[in-house]
Design a protein around this ligand. Structure first.
Ligand SMILES: Nc1ncnc2c1ncn2[C@@H]1O[C@H](COP(=O)(O)OP(=O)(O)OP(=O)(O)O)[C@@H](O)[C@H]1O
Length: 308
């Protein structure tokens, strides 16, 4: 359904999207994950035809999306990561307005709008002013708007950002319905664990580059083999850093004051060997333990530092 090949986007000398290639088959829910500024919004805007690429190719349903903007628009629903201000506009009027853009009128329009409001659980808010809705409701309304022309591909930029747990749960339920409806969805977030529950595949982007891409299970396995360990010592930090850098399983060593954080590629046995080495060299440790972080934080840290 979507093919992005060797995509580049430069802003002046800065490369925001750096030779990005990924494919999303029909019916897939693709999670596009990366830290702030990784290039997610830029990529999604290019796919949606809202931003000009520097070079590369994008195909949506085999249509050249970078050349045939008009044709490709009917296949794409785009939900931006911000919601504008809509003074004096009611929910139903808001959807009517977007329906009119796609030249959907009359009974057909009424039916589509009612169905969409039901899908996003806002049927009882039809007569309310848009600006009076909660943030979560506004995001759901924005999602309904992006579905108005029944697109095959949905591009959702951080639909769960700033939502409380309940609103996030509701958004997840809606995404499940979209999956059941056979839509292809690209959804961006910087929270991997949230996406992993709903997505079928995931692409992790960092500094404009795809650093991991594949089925959720495969990516999770890759991430779980990385541990972050934090240790604190009374002194001799520099010596400890030197000793740690000699251990091949350690992929990163980051000292900060009297603490050191390391990333290791391994499990309990490797962890125990590291501890043994430090103790045998009489490093005055006061603590040593695995950091209980979310998987995505671990992954981002490892990828960020390994490139430096
Ligand atoms: N119009 C622009 N001019 C210059 N730089 C830009 C422009 N738009 C984006 N950038 C830069 O490109 C990089 C990627 O931005 P982008 O918004 O795509 O990241 P993101 O992954 O969506 O991040 P976030 O999660 O914060 O939305 C950032 O460093 C950003 O500052």
């Amino acid at each position: 359904m979507l093919k992005v090949n060797n995509l580049y986007k430069k802003f002046g000398k800065f490369t925001a999207v750096d030779n990005l290639t990924f494919h999303v088959p029909e019916g897939e829910i693709f999670g596009f994950v990366g830290p702030n500024g990784a290039g997610k919004t830029t990529t999604m805007k290019i796919v949606a035809g809202l931003l000009k690429e520097t070079s590369g190719q994008v195909y949506v349903n085999e249509i050249d999306a970078l050349k045939d903007h008009r044709k490709v628009k009917e296949y794409i629903g785009y939900m931006p990561d911000f919601f504008g201000v809509y003074d004096n506009l009611k929910v139903s009027e808001y959807l009517d307005f977007y329906a009119s853009i796609y030249e959907i009128y009359g009974k057909e329009k009424d039916k589509i709008c009612d169905d969409l409001l039901e899908l996003v659980d806002l049927s009882n808010k039809k007569g309310e002013y848009v600006d009076s809705l909660s943030r979560g409701m506004k995001q759901r309304l924005c999602l309904a708007r992006s579905l108005i022309h029944n697109p095959k591909l949905l591009i959702l930029d951080e639909p769960a950002s700033g939502m409380d747990p309940r609103a996030r749960f509701e958004m997840k339920e809606i995404l499940k319905s979209l999956r059941d409806m056979g839509k292809t969805v690209i959804i961006s977030s910087h929270i991997l664990s949230e996406l992993s529950e709903i997505c079928t595949s995931i692409g992790i982007i960092d500094k404009g580059k795809m650093v991991a891409n594949g089925k959720v299970e495969d990516i999770m396995m890759k991430l779980q083999s990385n541990k972050i360990i934090k240790m604190k010592m009374i002194n001799r930090v520099e010596e400890a850093v030197r000793l740690l850098q000699e251990i091949p399983e350690i992929t990163n060593v980051a000292p900060s004051g009297n603490s050191i954080e390391i990333a290791i590629n391994g499990g309990d046995v490797e962890m125990q060997n590291i501890l043994k080495k430090l103790i045998m060299n009489e490093i005055p440790l006061v603590s040593f333990g695995e950091e209980s972080r979310k998987l995505e934080d671990v992954f981002m840290k490892v990828t960020e530092r390994s490139e430096e």
